[in-house]
Design a protein around this ligand. Structure first.
Ligand code: AMP
Ligand code: ZN
Length: 111
């Protein structure tokens, strides 16, 4: 999608601090980190959110978590994965993305 910031990042048209990429997915550091490690994992293909994603794409996205978390040193102490969806979910960028947060204890419940 032409005016989507995450499509532009996936296409290499605007810079990001990439930590992983393959044919279907890219992962990069969040510019407003909420934890010592805060990575966004996104499909290269534009899909607005979970409501528009099929099971295979969601499986692909979540399937990358284990190795990306390991690459960030998060396997031992754990991490949190979050996917905000729509207005009540607090989604601000309307291109599906999975937040991977770690490096500190995560409170529950979230605000
Ligand atoms: P959400 O509220 O789930 O839609 O999260 C969007 C996230 O994207 C926020 O955590 C932002 O800090 C992050 N973000 C927005 N623009 C960029 C960018 N250009 N590069 C990296 N992260 C970004
Ligand atoms: Zn997009």
């Amino acid at each position: 999608m032409s005016d989507c910031i995450f499509c532009k990042i996936a296409a290499g048209e605007i810079p990001a601090n990439f930590i992983y990429q393959d044919d279907e997915v890219v992962a990069f550091k969040d510019t407003n980190p909420q934890a010592p490690v805060h990575i966004l994992i996104i499909p290269k293909k534009h899909v607005a959110n979970i409501l528009e994603a099929d099971e295979a794409l969601l499986g692909t996205l979540f399937g990358k978590v284990k190795k990306i978390a390991a690459s960030q040193g998060l396997s031992e102490k754990g991490f949190r994965t979050v996917v905000n969806t729509g207005d009540d979910g607090g989604q601000t960028v309307h291109h599906l993305h999975l937040h991977l947060l770690g490096g500190r204890f995560m409170q529950w419940p979230p605000g």
